[in-house]
Write a protein of this length. Sequence first.
Length: 402
Amino acid sequence: MTLGPAANVGRELAGLERFGQVLEALPGPAYLVGGTVRDLMSRRPPRYDFDLAVVGDAERFAGHLAARLGGTLTTYGQFGTARVDYDDRAHVDVATARTETYTEPAALPDVAPADSIEEDLARRDFTINAMAISLPDARLIDRFDGIAHLRDRLVRVLHEASFVEDPTRIFRAARYETRLDFRMDPKTETLAMLAAPGVAQLSGARVREELFAIFEEDEPERILARLHELGIDAQLDVEFPAAPTDLQQRLRGLNEAYSLGLPRAHLGLLSIRAPEGWLDDIKVNRRIADGVEAARREEPFLRSALTGRADAPAEIVEAVERTGPDTALYTLARREDSALRRYFEQLRGVRLEVDGDDLRALGLEESPRVGEVLGELRRRKLNGELAGRAEELAAARELLAE
Ligand code: CTP
């Protein structure tokens, strides 16, 4: 990684796609803060969302900015935060520079307006995230040696109480270590281990948000393995993989190959061993939690039900349909299986061309027999005994005549 010296910040900024418009439209002084500065100073690819801090009223500032950019303003009513969407895919978040005081560890802090950007930077998680670029003059503010730590590939907290006050930062540290291929410095790592019990005090929803952020990353299992090493999963009464496997890559690959449309967070949950009910505790949607829990429980049964069945299509479908919606995917991702491959590639899409209306036209009144006949027709179709609507209708007539 090459770093632009501080004097070149202006040039780095000019290279930020879509940011030029924002610079020209600024209604007053502001600071670019957070991940964008970190990424910019380490020449990582630009993102389309920018965080600005203003010393003063962020909502007013954002209102003027939106008007000048011809963008849309959204205000959050929370402490001085607003968002401006512009140019289709880009947005800027504007926040009032603030101080944070933690009256209780692991709870949300008391927030107050800061008198300077330096005060705002001092409340942040890591030195690499605690830099700012003043606008419009493009001056780098780096009170905590963020540039040096980017160069040395270090994740370092600003002060000793950082993880105790906000244990979500332990998850964040592991995320940055993996994403950027950095390492916590030894003291920060010790502080993270000492603060580990604090994660048990976090609300379920905050734990869920941290996990979901991990699942959006390229290598979630490496991050989980690191958190395991730090003792975080034990504090949460769950088990993260002790070493990265290729499970997530396989799940993502299958999800894509078979257009299953599952979000990464959903796939990610399949790599955590948790007691029944834990997903509920962290407020995961009931339907997803049920599917994930069923998958882990049912995998061995589905696998043994399918052993030696690769040539029996109707039996494959029947076995899969007896399980929850995620079980087949999870079972195949865990280990290759020819019957399940066949299910996803071929059998899952098999549909009858006749339905209950056709059976009614053949004289069968609404009754459980309708389902039975359709089931039998589907079984025959899966087994390759029926091709096309005419053959399905003929078979239906035969069955009704029995
Ligand atoms: N921040 C913090 N403590 C937290 C969360 C966030 O100090 N628990 C600060 C950091 O300065 C961080 C900024 O808020 O850079 C924005 O947070 P976020 O959007 O979560 O992260 P980014 O730094 O933008 O990084 P990324 O989204 O790439 O992970």
